[in-house]
Design a protein around this ligand. Structure first.
Ligand SMILES: Nc1ncnc2c1ncn2[C@@H]1O[C@H](COP(=O)(O)OP(=O)(O)O)[C@@H](O)[C@H]1O
Ligand code: SF4
Ligand SMILES: [Mg+2]
Length: 337
């Protein structure tokens, strides 16, 4: 047996759901989420704005922006997070997972030097001395491509461009040598050239450091050539998941097919909205009884409006649709930007 087959995934979610404690009624944001992230592999999570991508990441990490009830099993490095006390849980997550979000200014403290901020995670989670943390943080600034790392150490966030700030966030995320790096729309706010540079950097770091990675984006274009598996979220449901090449070649869910047709190319602004799919995503307070995509789906039939489709499986490829696409209806060339 190879080393690969003896190891359990770095992250697994089994039957996970997430409900916001809202009035007058609770709002379910995520429904029956099942997936895992293999060692040294990259999973892409894609879906329109509001699909639940960030809630998924934040619920797993225990940092949801609002009180939520999370059910199901979440295993990090084989450990069921629900069995841990809050302190042990956040320590495990802090050591094993590094996260980079879209807006570095909400994560970076404008009043502290970037070096001190990168150091902090190492001092907190790894008990490094000040000198050890400073050495590692300086080295990480170099690793993420910041020239003059020693001088930049004492600079403040506003002295860096958007792309450089994201590199600093990546350095911060790497401080505890995570096994899993999560980039949640980390390049969405950047212009197209810088977006590509930062995505390339993430990919290089993932390979060099043998990490697993979750790349979250509304832009299917960034997934091609950068992810091993892909997970398509719609209205808080996984509607399709599988090996990226297979899903791109042979999308079975009409929403994935629509996303592929509407895919922004790398020569378009990274934050371009996917406006070519007519209609609106489902509202949390008024969720359809049947398939969540039914109100917008060109293939919808009566059954779709009444019955939630079950997940079908073809090898590693899973999709939830009563009338799946049967042949590749997307002829568009896939950009490998
Ligand atoms: N703090 C919050 N309070 C209430 N609802 C929220 C909050 N954050 C997100 N939501 C809702 O949860 C759903 C998923 O949001 P989110 O995970 O941020 O989507 P995505 O990251 O895919 O754009 C959306 O319908 C959004 O309106
Ligand atoms: S189940 Fe019906 S409505 Fe939903 S995606 Fe499939 S064909 Fe469309
Ligand atoms: Mg988000």
């Amino acid at each position: 047996m190879t080393e690969e087959t003896t190891q359990f995934p770095i992250l697994s979610c089994e039957g996970m759901s997430c409900t916001i404690a809202a009035r007058p009624a609770p709002l379910q944001v995520l429904h029956d989420i099942n997936f895992s992230v293999s060692r040294r592999k990259t999973l892409g999570i894609v879906g329109e704005s509001g699909a639940g991508k960030s809630m998924l990441i934040k619920s797993i990490m225990g940092i949801a922006p609002t009180p939520v009830r999370v059910e199901g099993r979440i295993l990090l490095d084989g450990i069921d997070l629900s069995t841990l006390k809050p302190k042990a849980r956040s320590q495990l997550i802090g050591r094993k997972v590094g996260i980079v979000f879209q807006n570095p200014m909400t994560s970076l403290n404008p009043f502290a030097s970037v070096g001190r901020q990168i150091e902090e995670a190492g001092r907190f989670h790894l008990d490094l001395t000040r000198t050890q943390a400073r050495e590692r943080a300086t080295e990480l600034l170099r690793v993420v491509g910041i020239a003059d790392a020693k001088d930049c150490y004492d600079y403040f966030p506003h002295q860096f461009s958007g792309g450089m700030k994201q590199r600093i966030m990546i350095a911060t995320a790497l401080m505890c040598r995570p096994d899993l790096l999560i980039a949640d729309e980390a390049t969405t706010a950047l212009d197209v050239t810088v977006q590509k540079e930062v995505l390339d950097l993430l990919q290089i770091l993932q390979e060099e450091r043998q990490m697993s990675m979750i790349l979250v984006s509304h832009n299917l274009g960034v997934m091609a050539g950068r992810t091993d598996h892909i997970l398509v979220l719609y209205g808080g449901h996984i509607v399709e998941t599988g090996p990226t090449a297979e899903v791109f070649r042979n999308p079975r869910h009409p929403y994935t097919g629509a996303l592929l047709s509407a895919m922004p190319r790398m020569d378009q602004p990274a934050h371009a909205r996917l406006e070519t799919i007519p209609g609106q995503p489902p509202s949390l307070s008024n969720q359809p009884r049947g398939c969540p995509f039914a109100p917008r789906c060109p293939s919808a039939q009566g059954l779709c409006h009444n019955d939630m489709p079950l997940m079908s499986r073809e090898g590693d490829h899973r999709f939830a649709c009563h009338f799946p696409l049967t042949e590749t209806s997307v002829s568009k060339e896939v950009s490998h930007g």
